[in-house]
Design a protein around this ligand. Sequence first.
Ligand code: NI
Ligand code: MN
Length: 232
Amino acid sequence: MLLTFLGHAGFMLEADGKTVLIDPWVTGNPVATMKADDLRADTILLSHAHNDHGIDDTQAIAKRTGATVISTFELGEWLGAQGVKAIAGNHGGTLAFDGGSVKLTPAWHTSSYQPGPDTFVAPGVPAGLIVRFGGMTIYHTGDTALFRDMELIGEEGIDLMCVCIGDHFTMGPQDAARAVRFVGPKSVIPMHYNTFPPITQDAEAFKRTVEAAMPGVTYYPLKPGEQQRFEG
Ligand code: NI
Ligand code: MN
């Protein structure tokens, strides 16, 4: 499986001729290296509706490519009403897609789409994602605070954990390192940091914290646009 970091919390996964996008926010993303018009997708997974997770780009890409979008219930229903092919699930459910599946997990956060500064639409709840694709089991935390039940997610056998470390809106580095210890993945990619000022973090300092908390974990501090191949 080939993984491309789109910047912020966005990823592209490619395997067996299929492409999955997770939280593909590129338009207006100050660190993104790719354009929405250039992204292909068979499936798009959205952790929640916040603008920095790509709800606008998701609609454009899904309408252009015919990709299916998977999210929690209210967001999925709202996307369907916008003319997007959407599957609306909810926490605890496993939803199949072309080439894999996703289980929606809890995430301690909020969720809304802001078409303008004083307007909040597309309500519902945020999720984390356990993605099985290309021989890999990937836990994308979404935006979340630390919670002890991440240990239950770890029991599913996580190969790769994409963990938010930015602080302010989500876990910061200390809690993220505890989250990695609860989940026990083989590999870790930090995300949701260094996109804009309130979430500035030192990825190398986080690497040292993670390696101290969990010896043996492989750590990939990817730059936006950077790719990493994983064998499941
Ligand atoms: Ni958010
Ligand atoms: Mn966010």
